[in-house]
Design a binder for this molecule. Structure first.
Ligand SMILES: Nc1ncnc2c1ncn2[C@@H]1O[C@H](COP(=O)(O)OP(=O)(O)OP(=O)(O)O)[C@@H](O)[C@H]1O
Ligand SMILES: [Mg+2]
Length: 505
């Protein structure tokens, strides 16, 4: 019997992954295609729109090798968020590279808007602190470069888009300019409560509405896929969802209560809340997780550099990322690495913070640096989860996913650093799995209740450190963070209030 299959495509920062998922939620096949990142200047981060599309083609073709493409009943797409590109409507030709989410070229523009006092207003409307990570300032930069007086944009000749917009444009044969609402929520142009572009913000950022995509629910309607071999043209695209949001769905968090942590190039900590009003006063961002007929709101904290820190150190030490953990000492010997390579995001949102190594002695070697790098990931995540405690009540367990969760030492370290249980499903590509689940729900292959009832193999890491040790380690980390920020040692209370309100301090 030909059971239906769902194809998930997760377009991430370092690679595009594809998964084939069966009607029992099992992963039948998976494949990955790497994606390059260009840093043409210090702080810039670009990717080629054509390479992104090619990596999708490659991952899908590899994943479907040996499988009957006619069994694929639909596609679910997840994608890196906030990255932004511009193309010509008539030709589909990209105007320059995509500006990546990690790109820092708009830091000065951001500081100027903050100096004008716009931060609180932006945050109230979009749920996000004014920051170069989100798409708005990238969109402004692209238009300033390619259409300085906005004539072409106003005439509707140019298309601004996030990665999902670009992939939907290509999948639909260059006819539909769309954005999924959760992705739109990360542009910093959306009124997150009304779920529509905000006229005032379009004005602030100088973005003509005619250049923006039409907003759609996470379950569409989307154009059917064409030109995605070996699938037949017309295979339906059933779901589109930001990668972080997809991971939450993949962990089967359908109601408020559980918190997930994605350990990718950067990290995202996210939990659902009953409604947007539950984000009021929180140091974390309000975002729209997905809209499958009912909008699901979430609180999220982003960390710019987690897997990227390990990759950076692995490059310096000339080993693979996986070996960083193998090299790590049991103790960092007082060394701290604050990976503020491009400032610090949640909960600090400090673009002036600089990367810092502290506590070096002649006894410091690669093992201590490796340990400090791993600890920096765990400490940063704990700082964000602590912010969630305030909003949602004590978070007792973390659901982990993403490339760096391959690292068992990091998972144990997270449990020890946080004093919380860490659960890591054996299937680590939860962004892709979540996109497949959402597509499957749209196709009637799954229901949320059935998904929630599926048994799943997982590793469980339990905290082993005394509360006293844990607090001492966190205090020493916060001393290092304060040095990276060039400020006095922060009071822990500030993490949840003034420091985390999105204002540079
Ligand atoms: N065994 C490992 N130990 C530590 N880190 C690892 C390991 N394997 C992969 N990583 C890290 O995981 C990251 C890649 O993870 P993943 O594939 O989830 O990211 P991505 O999807 O490309 O990025 P993002 O989701 O942030 O857009 C890399 O930065 C890499 O350093
Ligand atoms: Mg990813």
């Amino acid at each position: 019997m030909n059971q239906p299959l769902l194809l998930a495509v997760d377009q991430g920062t370092s690679a595009t992954k594809a998964l084939l998922v069966d009607a029992h939620g099992g992963v039948v096949a998976s494949a990955s295609a790497p994606l390059g990142i260009d840093h043409p200047r210090s702080g810039w981060m670009e990717q080629s729109p054509e390479d992104i599309w090619d990596s999708v083609l490659e991952a899908v073709a590899k994943c479907l090798t040996g499988h009957d493409p006619s069994r694929v009943v639909g596609i679910g797409l997840s994608n890196q968020r906030e990255s932004c590109l511009l193309w010509e409507r008539s030709t589909g030709r990209p105007l320059g590279p995509m500006i990546g989410w990690q790109d820092r070229r708009t830091v000065d523009r951001c500081a100027a808007l903050r100096a004008d006092g716009l931060d609180a207003d932006v945050r109230r409307t979009t749920g996000l602190p004014l920051d170069p990570m989100f798409s708005a300032l990238k969109a402004q930069w692209l238009l300033d470069t390619h259409d300085p007086d906005r004539t072409r944009a106003r005439r509707g000749e140019l298309c601004l888009g996030t990665v999902d917009s670009w992939l939907l444009w290509r999948l639909g044969g260059g006819r539909e300019h769309l954005v999924e609402v959760g992705n739109a929520a990360r542009t910093q142009l959306l009124d997150v409560r009304r779920r529509d572009w905000d006229e005032r913000l379009l004005d602030v950022f100088g973005i003509p509405r005619e250049a923006l995509p039409r907003i759609t629910a996470s379950t569409g309607p989307f154009p059917a896929a064409r030109g995605l071999p070996p699938l037949t043209d017309g295979t339906p695209v059933l779901a589109v969802v930001g990668d972080s949001h997809a991971a939450l769905f993949g962990h089967r968090v359908f109601v408020p209560g559980s918190v997930k942590v994605t350990y990718g190039t950067g990290s995202s900590v996210m939990g659902l809340i009953p409604g947007p009003e539950h984000a009021d006063g929180s140091p974390l961002c309000l975002t729209l997780a997905w809209d499958d007929g009912t909008p699901a709101y979430a609180l999220e904290g982003n960390i710019r550099s987690s897997g990227a820190t390990l990759r950076w150190l692995a490059g310096l030490l000339r080993v693979g990322e996986a070996e960083v953990a193998g090299r790590a000492a049991a103790d960092s010997g007082g060394v701290h690495l604050v990976p503020a390579f491009g400032g610090l995001a949640a909960p600090w949102w400090d673009n002036d913070a600089t990367g810092l190594l502290s506590g070096l002695t002649f006894a410091t070697g690669a093992p201590q640096l490796a340990r400090a790098a791993l600890e920096s990931v765990a400490f940063q995540i704990e700082d964000v989860v602590a912010g969630l405690d305030t909003a949602t009540g004590r978070v007792t367990s973390l659901l982990a996913d993403g490339g760096a969760t391959d690292n068992a030492a990091l998972m144990q370290l997270q449990a020890d650093t946080s004093g919380r249980v860490v659960r890591r499903p054996r299937d680590r590509d939860l962004s892709a799995l979540g996109a497949a689940y959402l597509a499957g729900c749209a196709a009637g292959v799954f229901t949320k209740t059935r998904l929630a009832g599926l048994t799943r193999a997982e590793e469980v890491y339990r905290p082993r450190r005394s509360e006293e040790d844990r607090s001492r380690a966190l205090r020493a980390w916060h001393d290092a963070v304060a040095r990276a920020r060039g400020s006095a040692v922060p009071d822990r209370g500030e993490v949840g209030t003034s420091r985390g309100d999105g204002r540079a301090s």
